[in-house]
Design a protein around this ligand. Structure first.
Ligand SMILES: *[C@@H]1O[C@H](CO)[C@@H](O)[C@H](O)[C@H]1NC(C)=O
Ligand SMILES: *[C@@H]1O[C@H](CO)[C@@H](O)[C@H](O)[C@H]1NC(C)=O
Ligand SMILES: *[C@@H]1O[C@H](CO)[C@@H](O)[C@H](O)[C@H]1NC(C)=O
Ligand SMILES: *[C@@H]1O[C@H](CO)[C@@H](O)[C@H](O)[C@H]1NC(C)=O
Ligand SMILES: *[C@@H]1O[C@H](CO)[C@@H](O)[C@H](O)[C@H]1NC(C)=O
Ligand SMILES: *[C@@H]1O[C@H](CO)[C@@H](O)[C@H](O)[C@H]1NC(C)=O
Length: 700
């Protein structure tokens, strides 16, 4: 890590002019790479989220104004050259849109000249044409357009001598790199190596050069990983000039899912490179401690649990302190996550240590339950109704000591024993801790309080929503065919015949007959599962929170189109039909848990039809606008400036996504285009003892 001297490109430029042999200067690395000490860097790429289309687009790097005499050397310091007229002409539509967005966002004039190879390019006021003027403006300081030659467009891009960039922040230097679409800093340690069952503390070394060019290890989990895992990743379209706070972009702070026992911020499905580039925001993805290492809580000791949650807050603190140097606005942070990541968002919305550290929150498929369901407890309950420390210990405490063979006489001895168990052995035991607990510090209520407006809940606008069939991932498709619906529901939900019968008798979950009893009763069951574990709690949360004023406002969605996801039953996607080699999304299929992530991040590589792409553009556009302005409807002027016509058309056709106002919602059904609806399955939720107004009635 040590020993690399970072030089600014301008120093290099001057050095190149004055010093004949660069390498003779011991302070100058023989392999120069760029820093932001003399200019901001903006990566221009007209990103349509069509991942197979990247070969037909080019990117460019925009630098701050310089006289022409210095422009070529400035690009050379990036291992690039001034962009040529022919490149711009060959990608004229892309450049026009990039220029129009620069003007829209106040970064240029509408009639603006840029230094390019051998002259300047000038925009016309209405961005329908470009003028090329060779050999003029030699002495004007104009923004500079360099080529961008790194061609790898995806999360698997790697750093090379020619694409690295260093950024200084808080006394350290971070070496990242760029791919075709954004600048990337991977594996930044945000905390010191955590001590087992102690809270994490912000990374403390100073004067370090941190090689942020490859992901840090994932936190210890079934598939491997490390106890020393507290790192984060940044994707950004923009790096301000060192020390400048100009043009900072809002930040999406992503907390991965995985049941509090798995997952990583390096998941390619949640890679922020495309979202950052298309929507001009900064994306941060984090790791946090998992399983027994992140969540063990033992009554009467200093081991109070919630280490994973506290790590998330440490990562937020790192982000607030450092993100401006990476182009992010520390006062515009939206926390977001899916599944256990959404459970984390829900927890942070009520955490006294987290409130104030973020301004927006997106909870995708947050789990809940917690009602007397005639069911033997609900898997989702503990994600939103928090155990006390003794309750957590009763479920995941003594049995962990047993499984580890730590059965000494005193608790102190048992804990000392458990502390010596290697991390991967510990998390692979038959019993693990994975519950958020009421520890009195990070979490001090049994549930997020949405029934009234008080200081226990972050008073901000929020987004909650579900995938239409989230519960299909949490129901069991019968191993052997069944012959009756009762039998099918029993098997899928693991409930008694009489309770299965009462579901049928309610008439609320009609049987949809395709002639396949096993399949059709599974379909009924997964609707019950979706309601009881996802839909009812999430609708109840936004209804109560907006009615009581606990939330400043609340938006709710349901994914009607999605791809892949968590599929333990091997249900697969829609059938293949002629013209649809990747499946025909117009035919029935389950919208599974986790299948929504590409609709936020634009990471779907297998498009089934054009509407997949357009719905991703539209949906990611809602989320990104919310990150920017705390409401999800992009301005028409923004969409026009960027040339995002499919999104513009959809919004013109079906209207804005409105906040929840009452028992009718409204909510938005995400597809292409999206449609407005009222809350879904309201009577079903009442039947399941989880009415839409559950939280207003004080819960149960
Ligand atoms: C990188 O990812 C892309 C998109 O998933 C894939 O097509 C490509 O083969 C990958 N490249 C490498 C070197 O793994
Ligand atoms: C709802 O709660 C009532 C009262 O506790 C109970 O009798 C009923 O079985 C519950 N309904 C369901 C669907 O679990
Ligand atoms: C908020 O209201 C809840 C429920 O009435 C109460 O327990 C809590 O103490 C209140 N919190 C604050 C910070 O006022
Ligand atoms: C019922 O549907 C399932 C899932 O598609 C399939 O595996 C099974 O073969 C079908 N059974 C019959 C009798 O068609
Ligand atoms: C499940 O049933 C609903 C009707 O309740 C139907 O619209 C949907 O297409 C079915 N899902 C599948 C995957 O067949
Ligand atoms: C995505 O890009 C590919 C390659 O350029 C193109 O063939 C395809 O039509 C595009 N898909 C859509 C929906 O625009």
């Amino acid at each position: 890590m040590a020993g690399r001297t970072v030089v600014s490109f301008l120093v290099l430029v001057i050095a190149a002019l004055l010093v004949p042999t660069l390498t003779a200067n011991p302070l100058v690395d023989s392999r120069p790479f760029l820093s932001n000490s003399e200019t901001s860097l903006t990566l221009l790429y007209q990103n349509n989220f069509n991942l197979s289309d990247s070969a037909s687009h080019v990117s460019a790097i925009l630098l701050d104004p310089l006289p022409q005499s210095q422009a070529a050397s400035a690009c050379a310091a990036l291992s690039e050259t001034l962009i040529s007229e022919s490149t711009i002409r060959a990608h004229r539509a892309d450049f026009l849109r990039q220029f129009s967005y620069l003007a829209y966002s106040g970064r240029s004039s509408s009639v603006q000249s840029y230094h390019i190879n051998g002259g300047v390019v000038v925009t016309t006021g209405n961005f329908n044409n470009l003028a090329f003027k060779p050999n003029i403006a030699r002495f004007s300081r104009l923004p500079v357009l360099c080529t961008q030659s790194t061609q790898v467009a995806f999360a698997n891009a790697t750093a090379s001598a020619s694409n690295q960039i260093s950024v200084a922040s808080q006394g350290n230097t971070f070496v990242g790199f760029r791919n075709k679409k954004s600048f990337r800093f991977q594996g930044i340690p945000y905390a010191d190596t955590p001590k087992r069952w102690q809270y994490s503390a912000l990374y403390s070394p100073r004067g370090q050069t941190i090689q942020a060019t490859s992901y840090g290890p994932q936190c210890a989990q079934g598939g491997g990983g490390s106890e020393d895992c507290l790192s984060l990743n940044i994707q950004t379209p923009y790096i301000p000039k060192s020390g400048s706070r100009k043009n900072l972009k809002p930040v999406l702070f992503w907390i991965h899912g995985g049941g509090f026992t798995g997952g990583t911020g390096a998941d390619p499905l949640s890679d922020g490179g495309d979202l950052a580039s298309r929507e001009d925001i900064v994306v941060v993805t984090i790791n946090y401690r998992l399983s027994t290492l992140g969540f063990l809580a033992i009554p009467g000791t200093s081991i109070k649990g919630n280490y994973g949650i506290q790590d998330q807050i440490t990562a937020l603190e790192w982000t607030i302190k450092n993100i401006a140097q990476f182009g992010g606005d520390p006062k515009k942070i939206t926390i977001s996550g899916e599944s256990a990541g959404a459970g984390s968002v829900r927890t942070l919305l009520g955490s006294p240590k987290a409130i104030g550290k973020f301004q927006g929150a997106i909870a995708m498929s947050s789990l809940g339950g917690g009602v007397t369901l005639g069911l033997s407890g609900d898997y989702g309950t503990t994600y939103s109704t928090y155990y006390s420390i003794p309750q957590s210990y009763a479920v995941a405490g003594q049995n962990i000591f047993q499984a580890a063979g730590c059965t000494q006489n005193t608790l102190d001895e048992q804990i000392s024993c458990l502390e010596t168990v290697p991390a991967l052995d510990l998390i692979r035991l038959s019993s693990v801790a994975r519950y958020v607990v009421q520890d009195g510090t990070y979490v001090n209520t049994a549930q997020l309080i949405v029934s009234k407006k008080n200081a226990s809940t972050a008073h901000i606008p929020v987004i909650f929503g579900v995938a239409r069939d989230d519960g299909a991932s949490f129901s069991t498709y019968p191993k052997t065919p069944v012959t009756t619906e009762v039998e099918g529901i029993q098997a899928a939900l693991g409930i008694s015949a009489s309770y299965a019968q009462s579901i049928i008798d309610s008439g609320l979950f009609p049987y949809y007959d395709t002639g396949n009893v096993t399949f059709d009763s599974f379909n009924v069951s997964q609707r019950v599962a979706t309601d009881k574990t996802f839909r009812c709690i999430d609708q109840a949360t936004v209804y109560a929170g907006s009615k009581s004023g606990a939330f400043q406002s609340a938006y709710y969605y349901q994914m009607e189109r999605s791809y892949g996801g968590y599929d333990p039953n091997n249900l697969g996607g829609p059938p293949i039909t002629p013209g649809y080699p990747n499946g025909n999304p117009n035919l029935p299929y389950f919208r599974l848990h986790g299948s929504d992530m590409p609709w936020l991040f634009g990471t779907l590589s297998t498009l089934r039809d054009a509407n997949d792409l357009y719905s991703i553009q539209l949906t990611a556009g809602y989320f990104a606008e919310y990150v920017r302005s705390r409401q999800p409807n992009p301005k028409q002027s923004y969409l026009r400036a960027r040339g995002y016509t499919t999104t513009l058309n959809a919004i013109e056709r079906t209207g804005p996504w409105l906040p929840v106002k009452g028992a009718e919602g409204p909510i938005k059904l995400f597809d292409y285009p999206s449609y407005s609806s009222s809350f879904i399955d309201v009577p079903q939720c009442a039947f399941l003892n989880y009415s839409v107004s559950y939280y207003l009635e004080g819960g149960r």
